[in-house]
Design a protein around this ligand. Structure first.
Ligand code: CP
Ligand code: NVA
Length: 322
């Protein structure tokens, strides 16, 4: 007899209706996402029909491998469906206003993932849609990435509180998200950037204010060697993010001393892992020897995008009966 799949009802709820910025999440929200992601990862079959009949619109102004595939596979593996909307050209808001896009999607689908240049575009979608909106990366933040990254660190080290992570490179969207989530989770983050490429002061202030309650230290360095001292993880990202390609040549010169090499990894803690959100520009921010080494956990991070986002989809979409 064919076994009957039991649909698992997720009873828990997040304190938010949208997932746009780490600052909106409570400690309980983050713990809930992680514990559900762990269950989904362990028993994916149990959730095979959990999002039956649910549709997700995925708006992308920028390219993507991981975010697109993990959201689409995440939806279909739970019985749902995802519609990809290529908004590289025209960008969001150019053919019709964002408010109207949100109000249309509201009538057809149960959730929206959006990857945009401007962070305000995602906020505007959320303001005008009654369905959940998930930030799939903006110029300011990449919350799904940071959640998957800390989930991965917890898997590797069995704890988060008290860990020390070094971020070496550009004070960009990924750095902003890591700073805020580290602050909330009691993880110390040591950021090394060239002068003029630090994260925005308001993002730093926000993260530092949040860190006072958890004991995390959010610190800044010019010297990557100093930043990685005693770190359990060394994290880097591209030197020119999507939309900054015009400045890639200049940035490559400024950031050259911030390349993650085997020598830099030696300066970190003995058990230190290497992390990268990917895509990587091998030979620039990281050498082949580091990213291909046993210390590298970049593909674990990428895998966990799937499990963590499935948890987010379950928590935001399962009870949304629109
Ligand atoms: N890390 C990440 O978001 O990858 P993509 O740009 O391929 O989605
Ligand atoms: N900082 C990078 C992250 C890519 C996932 C970018 O925005 O292009």
């Amino acid at each position: 007899m064919t076994p009957v799949l039991t649909q698992i009802e997720v009873q828990e709820k997040l304190s938010v209706q949208d997932l746009i910025a780490e600052r909106d999440l409570t400690r309980g929200d983050i713990e809930l996402i992680f514990s559900l992601a762990e269950r989904v990862k362990r028993s994916p079959g149990a959730y095979a029909r959990a999002l039956q009949g649910k549709q997700l619109a995925m708006i992308f102004e920028k390219p993507s491998l991981r975010t697109r595939v993990t959201f689409e596979v995440g939806m279909t593996s739970m019985g749902g469906y995802a519609v990809y909307l290529d908004h590289a050209k025209p960008r969001l808001g150019e053919r019709e206003c964002i408010k109207d896009i949100a109000r249309n999607l509201d009538r057809w689908v149960h959730g929206i993932v959006a990857r945009t240049f401007s962070h305000e575009s995602v906020l505007e979608l959320a303001e005008n849609a009654s369905i959940p909106v998930i930030n799939g990366l903006t110029d300011l933040l990449h919350p799904c990435q940071a959640l998957a990254d800390f989930f991965t660190l917890e898997e590797k080290f069995g704890r988060l509180k008290g860990l020390r992570v070094a971020f070496v490179g550009d004070g960009n969207n990924v750095c902003n998200s890591l700073m805020m989530l580290a602050a909330k989770l009691g993880v110390s983050l040591r950021v090394a950037t060239p002068a003029g490429f630090e994260p925005k002061p308001e993002m730093v202030e926000d993260a530092q204010a949040c860190a006072t309650g958890t004991g995390a230290l959010i610190q800044f360095f010019r010297d990557p060697v100093e930043a990685v001292e005693g770190a359990q993880a060394v994290y880097t990202d591209v030197w020119a993010s999507m939309g900054q390609e015009y400045a890639a040549h200049l940035r490559a010169q400024v950031f050259a001393p911030f390349q993650v090499t085997e020598n830099l990894m030696k300066a970190a803690g003995r058990e230190a892992v290497f992390m990268h959100c990917l895509p990587a520009h091998r030979g620039q921010e990281v050498t082949d020897a580091v990213i291909d080494s046993p210390r590298s956990i970049v593909y674990d991070q990428a895998e966990n995008r799937l499990h963590v986002q499935k948890a987010i989809l379950l928590l935001l979409l399962q009870d949304n009966h629109s």
